[in-house]
Design a binder for this molecule. Structure first.
Ligand SMILES: Cc1ncc(COP(=O)(O)O)c(C=O)c1O
Length: 391
């Protein structure tokens, strides 16, 4: 092929990000279901419950008025004010509405945060295992994700020593932390969380706190970075606690100096976040009672798995602190978690996500189970896994 023709066809190198393996598991599960099999879905990290009734009613009413134009780039003022009130009510902290930016899910929040904080080539620390898009978005934007291994020894979170060691190797510009985290489901205790923020900021490392699983904390209350730093960038979403994944709406809390740059980026990248979803999101806060009932369902599921999986044969897993994930160590059975997940799906009808999606180093020894489904499904999964492992 001619050089010019090849150049016209070639995608950019930075678009060469890895796929999400869970999609392969989903496709295999769909094939089994199409052939009449019954699969218990524990692979995808999304709530089975719908959005709060208040949110759906608000969206319907807005549709009837047919008044769905662009909004201000930073979001509709009523939603920004409501999110500000949420911080006062839930965390006793004042976050001015002016610092709140409505985003297209937390996914867009990462893009806005990375673009407004970092230059190409900047090194940004993320936990390993961790949510894959952190590193893939950083890479696509020309930044360098620096994987900080976490383990039982660090209670499955980034510790100050590890962060500073990576910083000494070559300066870090940022660190991104989630508590509760995906895929581990673990949380950081308040003292460790505040100490990490202080240590990072003391070295000039920007702190980004992914708080998407806030509200889904069982072991102890999750803390917001907004309480401890005005310089941290906080990313949150209506996807998980409020069961609104497909509405694609989330928010950021930005330091004062970043609000205008983020506004300019959002104006250019998206104009504004879908209006209907913003209207629904503002009303979602009035549906907390309904969402607390959903959360109680997760707590019951968590109990079923924590009690049942060891009896079924999966005896080693990380502290099941929050979110709706259980990260199980399957090294007693395999060195290939993708093959393990594939066989568990084909032979036991339970779909889970192989750890290699989240951790290129040790993920071969782990499988993530999402327990956002029904309690009946969780009981059935435990029984199927037990039968399968003891066959
Ligand atoms: C840790 C974490 N952050 C962010 C996201 C992105 O969520 P959304 O863009 O729906 O807000 C997810 C989705 O699974 C996640 O697990």
């Amino acid at each position: 092929m001619l050089d010019t023709a090849r150049r016209l066809l070639a995608p950019s190198a930075r678009s060469d990000v890895p796929p999400f393996m869970v999609m392969d598991v989903m496709a295999a599960a769909a094939r089994i279901e199409a052939a009449g099999g019954h699969v218990i879905h524990m692979e995808v990290g999304q709530p089975a419950a719908p959005a709060p009734r208040t949110a759906i009613a608000a969206a319907k009413a807005a549709l009837d008025k047919a008044d769905i134009g662009y909004t201000q780039a930073l979001g509709i003022p009523a939603l920004r004010a409501r999110i500000s009130r949420h911080y006062a009510e839930m965390h006793g902290v004042r976050v001015e509405p002016e610092r709140i930016v409505v985003t297209t899910g937390s996914s867009a929040g990462f893009i806005l945060a990375f673009l407004s904080l970092f230059e190409p080539g900047d090194r940004v620390a993320v936990a390993c295992p961790g949510y894959p898009p952190y590193r893939h978005i950083l890479t696509a934007l020309g930044c360098e994700p620096v994987l900080i291994p976490i383990s039982e020894g660090t209670r499955w979170s980034i510790m100050i020593d590890a962060l500073l060691a990576a910083h000494r190797r070559a300066p870090l510009k940022g660190v991104l932390v989630a508590s509760p985290a995906n895929p581990t489901g673990t949380m950081m205790r308040a003292a460790e969380f505040t100490a990490l923020i202080a240590a990072a900021e003391g070295e000039g490392i920007r702190f980004i706190s992914d708080e998407i699983y806030h509200g889904l904390d069982y072991a102890f209350p999750a803390e917001t970075a907004a309480k401890f730093s005005d310089n941290a960038v906080i990313i949150n979403s209506f996807s998980k606690y409020f069961c609104m994944t497909g509405w694609r709406v989330g928010w950021m809390v930005a330091p004062d100096a970043l609000v205008r740059p983020i506004e300019r980026l959002q104006q250019n990248l998206a104009i504004s976040v879908p209006t209907l979803s913003q209207i629904a999101a503002a009303a979602a806060f009035d549906g907390r009672d309904e969402m607390e009932a959903v959360k109680h369902g997760y707590e019951e599921n968590r109990h079923i798995l924590v009690e049942g999986l060891p009896k079924a044969g999966l005896t080693r897993f990380l502290p099941v602190d929050g979110a709706f994930y259980l990260y199980a160590d399957v090294s007693a059975f395999t060195d290939d978690s993708f093959d393990f997940a594939k066989r568990m799906l084909e032979e036991a009808g339970v779909a889970a996500t192989p750890g290699i999606d989240f951790d290129p180093i040790d993920g071969k020894h782990f499988v993530r189970f999402c327990y956002a489904g029904s309690s009946a499904d969780m009981r059935e999964a435990v029984s199927r896994i037990g039968f399968w492992l003891h066959r």
